[in-house]
Design a protein around this ligand. Structure first.
Ligand code: HEC
Length: 204
């Protein structure tokens, strides 16, 4: 009976919550638009709820790998290929997509992200964040997730050289790649570019 009551109360609260959100959407006339970023109250509330929703044992999980050169390199390649479209190579979130999502892709170099535990970052990468643009990446395997956690810790310290290298790892269509390669080669006085070598791409 107690359980039923709790469920009823939780259900009722959720219903009232939805009502408040719906009323907010109408009253402030922002409707379903993603053009303005969420306000500070909404952001603080959402982050608090998100923190509560991540199980304590998931937060406490330790990274099973060490941040060796190979691990960081793998994390970097993966980030440049799958994450940079929203988060940018340097983690600032300053991309065409990242700036336009609701909520915006956060600057992951800042304390708000860096103060999350390794377990929390891993949980977010694996499961994504519902009602936001952040996808779930569990299909990439746990090893990839933990490598990304190591790489996210490095975001505030990335060098210019590393960022330049990442730019070369960002997804490009075969046409884009050929255009850039042709331009580079003509500067060097060489002929047309050969097809894009498979080895420069991040593999699954
Ligand atoms: C389609 C856009 C998109 C892609 C691609 C994407 N993310 Fe995100 N990510 C977001 C958004 C938006 C948020 C903010 C969600 C929020 O505010 O709760 C986010 C949040 C996060 C966070 C939590 C940071 C914080 O402080 O809230 C982590 C960690 C993260 N992403 C890692 C990744 C990694 C690693 C990848 C690539 C494997 C990735 N993301 C790919 C959009 C994206």
């Amino acid at each position: 009976v107690v359980r039923l009551l709790v469920r009823l109360i939780v259900g009722l609260l959720a219903f009232v919550g939805l009502g408040v959100v719906a009323a907010g959407l109408v009253l402030w006339r922002s409707g379903i638009s993603a053009r303005t970023p969420p306000g500070t109250v909404e952001t603080a509330l959402a982050r608090r709820l998100r923190s509560i929703a991540i199980p304590a044992d998931a937060k406490d999980r330790k990274n099973p790998s060490s941040p060796t050169a190979e691990v960081l390199e793998a994390g970097m390649a993966h980030f440049a290929d799958h994450c940079a479209i929203c988060h940018s190579n340097n983690g600032s979130g300053d991309t065409e997509v990242g700036r336009a999502l609701y909520p915006r892709a956060p600057d992951m170099r800042l304390d708000a992200t860096q103060s999350l535990t390794d377990g929390e970052l891993f949980y977010i990468i694996e499961n994504g964040i519902r009602f936001t643009g952040m996808p779930a990446w569990a299909h990439e395997g746990e090893q990839a997730g933990w490598q990304l956690v190591h790489f996210i810790r490095r975001l505030p310290k990335l060098t210019k050289e590393e960022l330049e290298r990442m730019a070369g790892m960002n997804p490009k269509s075969p046409e884009e790649w050929r255009e850039e390669e042709d331009a580079r080669r003509s500067l060097e006085g060489k002929g047309k570019a050969p097809p894009k070598p498979a080895a420069t791409r991040h593999k699954h």
